[in-house]
Design a protein around this ligand. Sequence first.
Ligand SMILES: *[C@@H]1O[C@H](CO)[C@@H](O)[C@H](O)[C@H]1NC(C)=O
Ligand SMILES: *[C@@H]1O[C@H](CO)[C@@H](O)[C@H](O)[C@H]1NC(C)=O
Ligand SMILES: *[C@@H]1O[C@H](CO)[C@@H](O)[C@H](O)[C@H]1NC(C)=O
Ligand SMILES: *[C@@H]1O[C@H](CO)[C@@H](O)[C@H](O)[C@H]1NC(C)=O
Ligand SMILES: *[C@@H]1O[C@H](CO)[C@@H](O)[C@H](O)[C@H]1NC(C)=O
Length: 842
Amino acid sequence: MLHSWVLFLYIGFIEVVCGEVESQVSFNVNNVDYDPYEKAVNILSDKIRYDDEIDYYSKKNISGIDITIPVDYSEDEQEFRYKKFWKSEATTWQKEAIGYLTISSDKFNNTAATLLLAQIHLWGEYGYPNNKTLAYSYLNKYNEMIGFTDGEALFDLAVMLSTGLFGAIPIDIGKSLLYYQQAASLGNMKAKQALAYRYANGLNVPRDCNMALLLYRELSDEVRSKYSDYEWNVALPYMETYNIRIPDFQGGLLGEGLSSTHSSTTRKDSVRPDITSSLLTQMNGGQIVLQFGIGAKDYAADGESDDSNDKLVDLYYTAWDLYKGTYERNRDVESARTILELAIEVYSSSEPYMDNLQIYFFGKCYYLLGHIYFTGEGISKPDIERAQLLLQKSIDIVENVSAVKSKANIDMGLINQFIKNDTSKAIKYYRNVLEENVNDGTADYQLSKLSSEKPELNLGDPFVLMQTAYRRSHIAGTYEYAKMIEESVNNYYSCEDTSFLFKRFLEMNEVIVAPQLRIAFSELLKGNTEVALWAYAQAAEQGFEAAQISAAYLLYQDAYLMEEVPETTDERKSMAISYYNRAFKQNNIDAAIIAGNIFYNMKDYSKAIAMYQSASLRFAPQAIWNLGYMYEHGLGVGVDYKMAHDYYNQVLDHNPELFFAVKLTVMKLTLKSWISWLSGEPVSFWNQDKEEIDGVSIISQEEQMLSQMSIFRRFKYSVEQALLENSGHHAYPTPLTEKQINDKQQEKKKKDEKNDPTDTGWVEKFIMKIDELGLSLEDVLSIMFMAMILLVTMIIRPLIIRAGWNVRINGIVIRGNAEANGEQEQPQEVQPANIDIQFFAI
Ligand SMILES: *[C@@H]1O[C@H](CO)[C@@H](O)[C@H](O)[C@H]1NC(C)=O
Ligand SMILES: *[C@@H]1O[C@H](CO)[C@@H](O)[C@H](O)[C@H]1NC(C)=O
Ligand SMILES: *[C@@H]1O[C@H](CO)[C@@H](O)[C@H](O)[C@H]1NC(C)=O
Ligand SMILES: *[C@@H]1O[C@H](CO)[C@@H](O)[C@H](O)[C@H]1NC(C)=O
Ligand SMILES: *[C@@H]1O[C@H](CO)[C@@H](O)[C@H](O)[C@H]1NC(C)=O
């Protein structure tokens, strides 16, 4: 309570001060009889309009991403911050410039000033704070002034009206559609994409696949025309993608191990024992134990130790990260090249003594350097001769020691096909890697094209080859494959498939169609969550599934066990639900569960159940689990232990790893129905809480107090954490927090249903006793079961060892002594006795 008072008084105080600032500006207004736009432009001319935080990270040698996302949102707090900025943080030039611009727009109807004001308030340019209502009013004014002829400004306005800027202005779908149409007819690409997405999904417009296809195809052709023929056919430019789902930095929407959607964060810093380690072990017959230095950066310090393995591998990965650019570091091909040249110079003398692992990475160094010379990035122009030497060397040394193929085959193929004019040699190189992981689709793409040009070469079905190129996410391949489907090559045509393929192609070209995704990420790093939200909202309208998740996540982060449910406005909640729902329709199953959880937290249980049911039809274990929970506790449905039981058991079919957690819950459930039978209480009394027993609502008071303070969830991504993430431990599914069970309405209903409310049975007395101790009965039961299981395992373990069974506890094998005794004659009989025990932290 104290907090709220302090905050309230503080706001009142600021308001007075702010009023003075504003009156200073308006004092100027009366004196000005000319348009001060030029003055404002002069002030701003030497200021930084947009600060790219990603660049900042690289320059300051900061490693690791540090993103802070506020969990709660309140208008009051936003306004408080806004006023605080103008009171104490704004510089003199900021105040002056905005004053002049405001006069220029308000008094002199200056279009340029009006647009600039809209952008300043929308994107937080020049370090101004985001203010959605002002942004909308200036953007609307600008559009009216110029008669709705600026496609980009119209698109922005349409996005504003379709999202309502998350509560800042009223949503107006009709107007927004009108503006999308108008912007599209002016040739705005984003608006076309947004419209296509709406037609494809029947979102506020009648579903019309042909319309969607028309728009998607038109856009794709436009994007295609931005590539030169050399780029398109030979060397596609490298794309730095920021098309990410924010929660993927933390293991996905549902958390590590439970999210069913593939991670979108593909450009993290390389963790040294990479995915390639499985490849390496295969190479060396599974014998090698990789010991990479975790503190990778200090390899120079302990120079003498014989971990030259680490050094070479580390050099390669350092160069690779510089080459590809990571989320916290811009690409720096020149530095990558320098490092690779150095690595090759230092290590070539020891090449004859290298083991397979070193040779493998040495070959990769040669490939990457060759590739850089081939593309000519980071140097003035391509050096094909040098590239060829390096690439051939890579192939020689890698393929000499193992069956693994070098990616250099692809570049060698391209060089031979397009520069040396030696098609047959090129085909040999392509075929070399056709079935390999290193093939990024280029080999299939080129072979497909060659095959349609020269069918006499018998290179295979061009359609099938192009399809594989698309499946390997080859950009040009995706476009050509979409074209093939559209022309019904192979007698196959589907409007949905074709428009989906063009949509995929467009999203691969995010640099062209959605450059704001990079800005969104940069704003996240700066902590400007609201600006990031705006940028993600644009991309979400364009139909980017990842952006829909990111926008939804910024609006509403699902609470995990023991966490507070976010405090935010209803507009934001419903927008979050809408985004999660759209992402679900684009096959993100996790999103449906989160949408269900938001409904659950809003106590809209029937809608929550509907969401869980949609997700359970796609076999999402968590959704099935939650359904079980709803039936167990009678939320939105009648209490039905049998249904609950069935749902919990179903989880096992889809995720056997949850065996123990499920069994425990089912046992608890059995016990529960047993107790409820004993106490002669047909309906669950489980939902009773302190509020009812004491007759005082302690919890809600606490909640009120908490809601006055903003809670921040802070997460830091670093290499160490990535290593931890890779260690892959499981968590108990956390469908809903214990506290949330307490639902007043539910209780009241139950109270009425009770025949004899005064008669408290011994069971309820027992529960009250536990409650006084600050425990819930479920906790007590859990503890009892855990203790029991521990005891049992303590007894069983020596038994196992004596019997020689193969038992795994949490994945760690406890070997019986059969092996030691040399009794290996009956392995077949040992097999069925395998036991897998898993413990879960609850
Ligand atoms: C960043 O690191 C590089 C190499 O470690 C060094 O040369 C450079 O001076 C550093 N830059 C800053 C701003 O510290
Ligand atoms: C936006 O600016 C207006 C006018 O200065 C102000 O009244 C409002 O509180 C601001 N909105 C926010 C969210 O800060
Ligand atoms: C600015 O535009 C508004 C609305 O279009 C109009 O009412 C006003 O007279 C204009 N002011 C000037 C100075 O042209
Ligand atoms: C390939 O391996 C053989 C021995 O296995 C060796 O003699 C030869 O020099 C190697 N070639 C290259 C290019 O490394
Ligand atoms: C490439 O070789 C073919 C014959 O193999 C020839 O017809 C063609 O003119 C050559 N093209 C160039 C650019 O040298």
